[in-house]
Write a protein that binds this ligand. Sequence first.
Ligand code: CA
Length: 234
Amino acid sequence: MTQNKYKILLVEDEINIRNLVATVLETEGYQTVHASKCKTAKMLFASYMPDLVILDLGLPDADGMELLRHVRTDSLIPVIVLSARSNEADKVQALDAGANDYITKPFGSAELLARVRATLRNNRFSCAEGRLPGGRFTLRELEIDYDARLVYLEGKEIHLTQTEYNIVALLSENCGKMMTYAAIIKAIWGSGAGEGNIKKLQVNMANIRRKLGDKPGQSNYIVNELGVGYRLSE
Ligand code: CA
């Protein structure tokens, strides 16, 4: 087993899930410490100084959101929320409260590790790996020239409206991170996520995804989770 430098605080009261997650992480060399209650997690967060928190929202002594808010009062330590599939509203609330990402239960170990890697990487470099000198971003065949505000796919320029470009640029700056409807709408139009604005975003997204050649069921650039938001996929 190789030790890597990351320490992960795992907050989960269901012992089977906690053991599974811990085993998967430790096999990859992550160091983990566990809490099953919000109160213990707060103490461990202060004493253990983790690089990442994996947080179940349903804890016996408090809502996991309380720990998320506690973490966010004075730190940007990344938090991945564990959430049940049916709770879109919980995911949105957690992301908007500063969670970096979420994993839906039940999940596979490959997905868990991919999310952990992406979150740690994004947090450390803000996707600097994708950004090349000269204000460029590359992801597979997708390339963005931030200075010229141009987007290329397989070397060919694709024609986006100003709004479409702004959305693609925003997603690329948060590459790998799930962006909620509210977060995108606020960044692009400076307004709230009312029904009209969500519709406007969906229309723009449909156009962007068509121009990027994204089709359902393929490995696409932009992933949509209905009721939650969009992610530029790594
Ligand atoms: Ca729970």
